[in-house]
Design a protein around this ligand. Structure first.
Ligand SMILES: Cc1cc2nc3c(=O)[nH]c(=O)nc-3n(C[C@H](O)[C@H](O)[C@H](O)COP(=O)(O)OP(=O)(O)OC[C@H]3O[C@@H](n4cnc5c(N)ncnc54)[C@H](O)[C@@H]3O)c2cc1C
Length: 363
């Protein structure tokens, strides 16, 4: 969307269908909301019925503390749109900006010239027909199992040790209007008000405990973990009928990859992944997209490619780097109630710096 708005010819390939869901809860942080607003897309999210979140409640064991979302950087509320809504709004905006979007195309490889430069991709459409596309810049925005990262040989610069599992589902009639985060040694939970009056409720624990105690019976494990971590703080979780469908993610340690080379770049999870407990991956992906578009905007009209892509990496790592250790430690579930507060404060401070950096990024 951003490159197309700059006037570049953009082709987007995605193997999924338009408006399909993805395995993810979807709490946006201030940086992500700021970007959606300045791209002119927040109004559509609000008009579709996504409720504003004006307070965040942190539960540490049996103690709770509430933080109000103070208006800053043009943002006076947070939002957690379903991905079926957010992703559709972004795709529509890309198309409106002139990008060509083709769904149902599975990218299976990169094309290189004789000097090894990436010059495009190959793949297959949903009928099995071969697809070959030439491009000046190939951007891998293809998630955690990024084919572009693998085929380009993107080096892993940093690997985390912590890995948390998440099970979540959508509840009707819980009557929650704030983000609520719950922490007890060995477990976490969260309540995320979203579209259609539903609340996404997740329960989390270490990957190891997930495999030992939850994976065998996801539904029973989810209910048990919610009860253990939330306690009596939400009677509704005991009385309202639980969701009919649950989603489970066993976990994956975080990583940072080299996000560019000759002719290619990576954004979002393809280049940088932190555990879902940071509730920041969507904001990361939007931020990287904007930093990349900002850095390479001039490149396509002749500026030095390596310098522009290196500037993108520097911007990404300066903002995202400080979040890595606190989120990795959160995901390790080795914390106590006092130390988890400290980790959250560290992440929050890094997110404030992110908002400042994004605010300073002029079009
Ligand atoms: C359980 C869970 C909970 C989470 N909760 C939150 C949260 O509350 N808040 C938050 O901000 N983040 C959260 N995240 C993280 C967030 O989901 C990701 O960071 C975010 O989706 C990354 O966006 P992306 O565009 O990089 O990748 P994705 O959203 O994974 O998109 C990748 C796209 O690439 C396409 N693709 C992949 N391979 C190919 C191929 N070979 N050919 C063609 N197309 C391809 C896919 O179809 C997909 O559309 C959570 C993640 C998990 C797993």
């Amino acid at each position: 969307m951003l490159l197309a708005r700059q006037g570049h010819r953009v082709l987007v390939l995605d193997r999924a269908r338009k408006g399909s869901d993805t395995l993810s809860t979807h709490a946006l942080m201030r940086g992500g909301v700021l970007q959606l607003r300045r791209w002119g897309l927040l109004d559509q999210i609000v008009a579709a019925g996504t409720p504003p979140i004006r307070r965040v409640r942190f539960h540490y064991g049996d103690e709770a503390t509430t933080v109000s979302i103070k208006p800053a950087a043009g943002v006076d509320a947070l939002y957690a749109p379903r991905r079926t809504l957010l992703d559709r709004v972004l795709v529509d905006a890309a198309m409106a900006a002139g990008a060509q979007v083709r769904f149902g195309v599975n990218v299976t490889g990169l094309d290189r010239d004789q000097r090894g430069r990436v010059v495009g991709v190959v793949g297959r459409d949903r009928h099995g027909h071969p697809v070959r596309v030439q491009s000046r810049l190939t951007v891998g925005a293809d998630g955690k199992r990024s084919l572009v990262a693998r085929e380009a040989g993107a080096a892993t610069l940093r690997t985390g040790a912590g890995s948390g599992a998440v099970v979540y589902g959508y509840w009707a009639g819980l009557g929650v209007t704030e983000y609520e985060w719950f922490y007890r040694p060995g477990g976490t939970a969260g309540l995320i008000p979203t579209d259609d009056g539903e609340v996404c409720a997740f329960a989390g624990t270490s990957t190891q405990r997930f495999h030992q105690e939850i994976a065998g019976d996801i539904r029973a494990g989810y209910q048990r973990l919610l009860k253990e971590v939330v306690g009596d703080a939400h009677a509704g979780l005991q009385t309202v009928p639980p969701p009919g469908r649950l989603w489970a993610f066993p976990g994956l340690p975080g990583y940072v990859r080299q996000p560019w080379g000759t002719g290619w770049a990576l954004v979002g999870d393809a280049g940088h992944y932190l555990d879902p407990l940071g509730t920041h991956g969507i904001t990361d992906a939007l931020r990287d997209a904007e930093l990349l578009a900002h850095s390479v905007g001039a490149l396509l009209t002749g500026e030095d490619e390596a310098a522009a892509l290196a500037a993108y990496q520097m911007g990404r790592d300066r903002i995202a780097g400080p979040m890595f250790t606190p989120v990795d430690q959160l995901a390790g579930y080795q914390w106590t109630l006092p130390t988890v507060r400290q980790l959250l404060l560290e992440q929050s401070s890094a997110m404030n710096d992110e908002v400042e950096a994004l605010s300073a990024l002029l079009p």
